[in-house]
Design a protein around this ligand. Structure first.
Ligand code: XMP
Length: 515
């Protein structure tokens, strides 16, 4: 097995996931776990994650230096490299300006970490750091550099210790998986057998054990996540599952009908609740995105509770929460113990907004998975491709795509604009090329001209991104004719809108949604 020491990185679980993709079992432990405890697990290799701290900051997490003497191979990533360099007496400094984005890596040594990658030319790597190592510590040699970071990858001359300043775990480092595999296979000498089919069997078994003869209710949204959760639970506990679909009025055009159709086989185990007015009333005058999420999250759970109560005693509430939802809400429950939580970015409603007095126990079988893993699981479960390929849609729905208060009129505008964006994307055959594509309604009004008259209408932004897991993303290079059709239809068919812009921000520094 491999142990990942968690220094509080935004990307910590991505590392674990890359290791799992290489079919090697892996466990995440807090940064300061004593060497004896780490070594008691018999790891074949250790990876230090990145982290937000500076090595000189008071209380900055440090690994037990005993680990360096254990002979177990270590790979430090970003902060993991810096802390290793620091502990070996190297010089770490603030890089002047925070560096993030794609960089070209000049590799000096194509053995071990970079073995087999020569043919790919200069490697494209993703940087995201404030500090960097300016001088390699004693005993280390530099094996790769970039223009801004001369010490971008190092290796100890005698011991199996490696460090990289870039992030091999994110999808924007195209050869990153290969670098991690090289560490696992070549340096640590492990080969493993971890697979999605094993995950499926284990989860079904675990759900059976946990739920026993009790009943479970699931919030179905029509998206991949909750559908997979439903299929998993259906397999595990069959009749003891009831699915509740809440129409909160923040859904896309045609969605309620689609869900009714797709899950018709559930018969009366599918309950559709019309709660549109209740959610709208609860959102009146709310502008702050986190407040919107909190209110929607609370209302959601309340509606479930009311509906579930009608079913008689139900002990469990299932949700299709994914790992990115967990990590971006800064939920510390995952890394096992008092690991530093990743900085809170957005409290996704299905995690951050849970009321403290909720009367049901949560079941979240997908909590460890990323979106593409869920799609793989969906295939494993035999779900239809149409459903598997669906773009993700946020739980709080269109509410976080209206900057400003959610009102019947703004909802109507954004819903129509969204439908146009999706229709045109579909028509161009580009649906599967992008991760998400949607419209955002801004409260900005701009001057326009229509016929002979001046208009003063709303500004709609179109956003389309490519991504592998939602953690990082790039704006989609949609063909101009497609953008043109979207813009002319939106301004032509929605009277209140007279201007359309296209969002060309990547994540980071932006997020996918605007709120
Ligand atoms: P961001 O905007 O954080 O989005 O880059 C990453 C992914 O998460 C979705 N998202 C949400 N999903 N509840 C959800 O269930 C939310 O509050 C929420 N906010 C964002 C987003 O659509 C993207 O796929």
């Amino acid at each position: 097995r491999i142990v990942v020491l968690d220094f509080g990185a935004q990307y910590r679980q991505l590392i674990a996931r890359r290791v799992r993709e290489a079919h090697v079992y892996c466990e995440v432990l807090p940064a300061a776990t004593p060497a004896a405890e780490v070594l008691a697990r018999n790891p074949r290799g250790i990876i230090f994650s990145g982290g937000p701290a500076s090595v000189y900051a008071p209380g900055a997490p440090r690994p037990d230096p005993e680990l360096y003497r254990s002979g177990v191979p270590i790979l430090g990533i970003c902060y993991g490299l810096q802390v290793m360099a620091y502990q070996f007496g190297g010089r770490v400094e603030a890089a002047g300006q925070r560096e993030y984005g794609g960089r070209k890596l000049e590799v000096r040594d194509w053995s071990d970490l970079f073995a087999g990658l020569e043919a790919s030319g200069p490697l494209e790597v993703w940087m995201s750091h404030g500090d960097h190592v300016v001088e390699p510590p004693q005993g280390f040699e530099v094996i790769a550099s970039t223009e801004a970071a001369p010490v971008a990858a190092v290796r100890h001359r005698e011991r199996p210790l490696y460090g990289v300043q870039f992030h091999p775990e994110v999808s924007h480092t195209p050869q990153g998986t290969a670098v991690i595999r090289n560490f696992l296979y070549r340096v640590c000498g492990v080969h493993g057998l971890w697979q999605m089919s094993t995950f499926l069997e284990n989860q079904v078994e675990a759900l059976r054990r946990r739920i026993g003869q009790e009943r479970v209710v699931l919030g179905l949204s029509g998206g991949v996540d909750s559908s997979v959760t439903a299929a998993l639970l259906d397999r595990a506990v069959g009749d003891r599952l009831t699915c509740i679909f809440v129409d909160h009025g923040l859904l896309r055009e045609g969605e309620v009908e689609e869900v009714r159709e797709a899950f018709a086989f559930l018969g009366d185990r599918l309950v559709v609740v019309d709660a549109r007015e209740r959610f709208l009333a609860g959102l009146e005058g709310v502008v702050d995105p986190e407040e919107k999420r909190r209110r929607i999250g609370n209302a959601f759970i309340r509606v479930f509770e009311e509906e579930a109560r009608k079913l008689g005693p139900v002990r469990f509430l299932a949700q299709g929460t994914l790992y990115p939802d967990v990590i971006e809400s800064g939920d510390p429950g995952q890394a096992g113990g008092p690991a530093p939580a990743a900085s809170v970015i957005k409290s996704h409603h299905n995690v951050g907004g849970l009321p403290a007095d909720m009367a049901m126990e949560l079941v979240e079988p997908l909590r460890e998975l990323f979106k593409d893993e869920v799609r793989e699981l969906a295939r494993e479960l035999g779900l239809p491709q149409r459903l598997i390929g669906r773009h993700p849609f946020p739980g709080p729905g269109l509410a976080v795509r209206i900057l400003g208060p959610v009102e019947p009129q703004s909802l109507q505008i954004v819903r129509r604009a969204d439908a146009i964006v999706r229709e045109e994307l579909e028509r161009a055959g580009l649906h599967d090329e992008v991760w998400q594509a949607f419209a955002v309604l801004t409260p900005l009004r701009t001057v326009g001209v229509m016929g002979d008259g001046r208009t003063y209408g709303y500004l709609v932004a179109v956003r389309a991104v490519t991504s592998v897991d939602g953690m990082t993303a790039d704006w989609a290079r949609l063909p101009h004719p497609v953008l043109e059709r979207m813009a002319s239809r939106i301004t032509g068919e929605i009277a209140e809108v007279n201007r359309v812009v296209y969002d060309i921000t990547s994540k980071p520094p932006g997020t996918i949604e605007w709120e």
